[in-house]
Design a protein around this ligand. Sequence first.
Ligand SMILES: [Zn+2]
Length: 409
Amino acid sequence: MTTKTFTWERGPFDTCWKCGEKEAFGILSVGGDRVVKRCTKCRHSHAETLPDLDKKVIYLDQFAFSELHKVRSGTRRPDKWSDFWAQVDDLLTRAVLLQQAVLPHSDIHHKETIVSPFAGALRDTQEAIGGDIEFVSTNDIQLSQIEEFARAFFAGDDPRVTFDVDDVLEGDRNSWLPDMRITVGMDWSSFVPDTRKGRDETHASVASLIEGWRKAGDGFDEVLEREFGAYLASRQDALRHSMKRFEQGLAENDLFALAEFSHGFVQREIELVRRHARKAGVVEDRLTGATTEFWNWNGNREQPFAKISAYLFASLAAQFKGGRSKMPTPGLLNDINAISAYAPYVDAMLVDNECAELLRHGRCLKELSYKARIFSLSSATAFIDYLRSVVDLTPVNVGREASQLYGIG
Ligand SMILES: [Zn+2]
């Protein structure tokens, strides 16, 4: 019987082939595509290459992360969904540890997390559940699509958009998870008032949008046309709005507002459109005109982000025209953004019923194409089945290594 002393290495331990010590050769670290093993006695170490991975990318909305957090911290009040969330937690944990899936977090989560009463803890859970990987922000995804359309417009050819999921992830999807992870808790609470204000404002703007549709009697077709036709006008609006913020910032000596101006979405868009115009030989004093021509280009209807989001709004309008009276939940705009940005790239998304329902409109089903399978609580069983298939399809050699490295059965 040996006494347990602290070692950097951990089990399972083998006999060291170098010094012959029994139960001494253990796991030192895991990461990338390799595991390093070392002898606790003679310190002999070597690295082994691990099997290649191809992890599924699953987007969970904030609601799902928050439910999982409650399951894990034992604070979830029992209800008819208790069983579902416990199963989801179990299957996701297995899928992540078996190196079959990642659940990246995004700027949308950060926006939502900040308004949650347990922001810090939830963020930790998010990172712990998901594997340490992040989505490129929704704005950056949209801008990179706009960039390709601007390039094509000025070069006079067709836009070529590819939907490689690794292009919208920060970090390496297919690296073996480090077995020991340290998350530094960050206090987000100081951001709360502003974000809440931002959310109330966007919610109010959705309400006035719906009011506008109602007054005009607009349904699916009208709103779709309006969304597509509003490209130029929405950019002009955004510019006016940001100019106003800039002048206000200047008057109030608000450096943050000034910095925001140059990094704002519409400024970045103008910058990249002009860059491609210049490349195509447009002279300096024609650049503004060329930008306007691009914004008026009919081809922009095929921009993936813009197209999906236009259809979602049109579908929402159809619901209100069809007699819906209940206002959307405050998170709807975030869900619309998430679906518009990520659905063409990821394998699956678990979102709010309300948003999943928008995608079930006949025109959306027929005219939108994207890679993701969309799930919500109204397709709860299908989601469980999906997760189970992800776990079950783990290659045997990957499963064998994973169960050794992370201690799962
Ligand atoms: Zn040894």
